[in-house]
Design a protein around this ligand. Structure first.
Ligand SMILES: Cc1cc2nc3c(=O)[nH]c(=O)nc-3n(C[C@H](O)[C@H](O)[C@H](O)COP(=O)(O)OP(=O)(O)OC[C@H]3O[C@@H](n4cnc5c(N)ncnc54)[C@H](O)[C@@H]3O)c2cc1C
Length: 595
């Protein structure tokens, strides 16, 4: 069995948990009645399962090839699949109608992105980066730049990249050396070397639009002297078509442990021609538009790899015969029972499902905040949604990629020795998912961003609003029969998160190392609490259906997985709280020379 897109889960979330139909008065949502959304998702599922998934292993085994002329050939089948992607209009789902997009809610686009990433993460990164470039130009480009680039990026006719990293500069972007020299005609000459640029060169699109961070000669040192430039591979001619070749080159490809189908390029700029986006020295904030979108996208990738890995493991567990159930044979006519009968195998699968189902809900719930922030007419709603996006982006990136990788590892464990071979997909899922903990800011950096910036922003407004929202939910449902354990679990987790937040406020300022040492545990505690909230919302929706006489086992299964989460996953929250409160003392105890 290959990957099956979880459309039923998506529809449950969109229709019954997020109730997006109640938002039909908002732009975009009005054009997305649920029957249309359902059709779109069914079509998307077909495309992802039938076109992208079969190429996943091809991409892994064949990889991308760098040619001596600097061109890059993508794995067999990618070009045709990309053509189908563009012809199907998939990249344009969430883009603005003004630039040829379909203007559907971002949360609907997210469902497609999850499926395509599960089916073939390396492939889906090409349109993923393009959408990031689209968003950065939409946010900061001039009208002329928008007219020229956005329609082509929205459709996928042209690709996009983000050029930040340099050999001496990864996390610390203040160390960027690539320089930009104005030549007096409105253009700049960009020189320097960028490394690890995803989708930096390929044969899928007619042009590649690099968004490049560089320092204009004489600019201040550090992050305050960085500007953002558009550097197209082919310079657009007067009609906006790809014209003369720019001097940006791919000097080689990285050999990597995963995502072999995505070209990770060394990009050399030798006086390549670039155009400034926005104002001088303000490039980082614009690049953050792209990075924030990419961070949520990477959280989604973690979840998507976990989902694909879980599905393969569940299937394997139903087929592999080893041992007998402790409660008596379940397959008496066979030589042994399927390993699914063993509680320890169940534990691995249930751990995975409990996190995947609520992780997806948390991602969708947050993506909906993005839609509200962009489209809601009420300023107060927009501000709250914006606050949530800022607060939750590092949580989702860090938590879902950590847990997605763990799911991929547990899925490999379910396969036993077969998982360690390349005959089964488990190894590729594990290898592909590993990068999600690293790029777009490592998970350690996400935790620092959460604790150091996001908590304190606007006097802690975002986190306090989040707490108040949970309090309102728990008091509104206090005493609700079968929902009770979900409400109690959520209230307890929120109490622990609040205690941790207070601890950070009391200890973080006095000793910044304490806050930094606590940050990863805090992020995990936040993620677990967010998922507890999602389980409460999902349980409420499922109970309503059951109460109304709906006998679809989907709802009873949902509650069973949710109860597992409460009993077997959520208790980790207490351990994270206990650990973070020990601060930095033991973390920093050894002298440097002892390492
Ligand atoms: C496959 C792949 C694709 C990529 N795609 C792109 C791309 O398209 N565009 C692009 O620009 N870049 C890309 N990158 C680069 C990626 O974003 C960086 O690898 C990442 O930001 C981390 O930088 P680094 O590798 O230099 O690690 P470093 O910054 O050297 O960090 C090493 C370790 O130190 C920790 N650390 C560093 N500083 C701190 C600190 N202040 N506090 C606490 N811990 C710290 C980090 O968390 C990490 O664990 C890609 C990388 C890979 C491997």
């Amino acid at each position: 069995m290959t990957y099956q897109p979880p459309v039923r889960e998506h529809l449950f979330l969109l229709r019954e948990v997020l109730e997006i139909e109640s938002l039909a008065n908002l732009p975009g949502f009005a054009d997305a009645p649920m029957d249309l959304v359902e059709q779109v998702l069914e079509e998307a599922a077909k495309f992802c399962a039938e076109v992208l998934a079969p190429l996943n292993s091809v991409g892994d085994k064949k990889g991308c090839v760098w040619n001596p002329d600097g061109s890059v050939t993508t794995p067999p089948g990618f070009k045709d699949a990309y053509r189908q992607l563009v012809e199907g209009g998939w990249p344009a789902l969430g883009a603005e109608p003004a630039y040829g997009g379909q203007g559907l809610p971002g949360v609907v686009g997210l469902a497609f992105n999850e499926m395509s990433s599960s089916a073939n993460m390396a492939f889906s990164m090409y349109p993923g980066l393009t959408h990031g470039a689209y968003s950065a130009i939409l946010a900061g480009g001039s009208d002329e730049q928008k007219q020229l680039y956005l329609p082509k990026l929205a459709s996928g006719e042209w690709g996009g990249t983000m050029n930040l990293t340099e050999p001496q500069c990864g996390t610390d972007l203040g160390l960027i050396r690539t320089k930009a020299v104005p030549v007096g005609d409105g253009t700049y000459r960009i020189s320097g070397q960028k490394i690890w640029i995803s989708a930096g060169e390929h044969d899928l699109a007619g042009n590649i639009v690099h968004l490049v961070l560089a320092r204009i000669e004489g600019a201040p040192a550090g992050t305050r002297g960085i500007s953002l430039f558009i550097v197209p591979k082919f310079l657009p001619d007067a009609d906006g078509r790809p014209g003369a070749r720019n001097s940006v080159k791919c000097a080689g490809l990285e050999e990597k442990m995963g995502i072999h189908g995505n070209a990770t390029c060394v990009i050399s700029h030798e006086e390549s021609i670039g155009w400034l986006v926005g104002t001088e020295n303000r490039g980082l904030s614009l690049m953050f538009v792209m990075m924030n979108e990419a961070r949520l996208g990477v959280g989604m990738q973690g979840l998507a790899q976990g989902e694909a890995a879980y599905q393969a493991a569940a299937q394997f567990a139903k087929e592999r015969l080893q041992g007998r159930a402790l409660t008596g044979p379940k397959n008496p006519d066979g030589p042994a029972d399927p390993i699914l009968v063993h509680p320890d195998v169940r534990r691995l699968l249930m751990d995975s499902r409990a996190v995947l189902e609520a992780g997806r809900a948390f991602l969708f719930w947050t993506a909906l905040q993005g839609d509200l922030a962009r489209r809601h007419p009420d300023e107060a709603v927009r501000q709250k949604a914006d606050d949530y996006m800022a607060l939750l982006t590092p949580v989702l990136k860090g938590f879902l990629t950590d847990r997605g990788f763990k799911v991929a590892s547990d899925a490999l464990q379910v396969h036993g020795g077969s998982g360690f071979t390349e005959h089964f997909p488990a190894s590729q899922h594990l290898r592909d998912s590993r990068i999600t903990l690293i790029y777009e800011g490592t998970n350690g950096i996400q935790a620092l961003d959460l604790v150091g910036r996001k908590l304190a922003a606007n006097g802690g407004r975002a986190v306090m609003t989040f707490f108040a929202e949970i309090d309102a939910f728990t008091s509104a449902h206090d005493g609700d029969g079968e929902l009770r354990p979900f409400v109690d679990g959520l209230a307890a987790a929120k109490g622990q998160l609040q205690e941790a937040t207070l601890w950070l406020m009391q200890n973080g300022v006095a000793n910044p190392d304490s806050a930094a040492a606590a940050s990863s545990d805090y992020l995990n505690l936040f993620g677990l609490t967010g998922l507890a909230y999602m389980w409460a919302l999902m349980a409420k929706a499922a109970l309503a259906k059951i109460g109304a006489g709906d006998a679809d086992p989907f709802y009873a299964n949902k509650l069973a997985v949710g109860r597992y989460y409460l009993q077997r996953v959520l208790p980790d929250a207490g351990a994270h709280l206990a650990k973070l409160k020990t601060g930095a003392e033991t973390v920093m105890a050894l002298p440097a020379e002892a390492f």
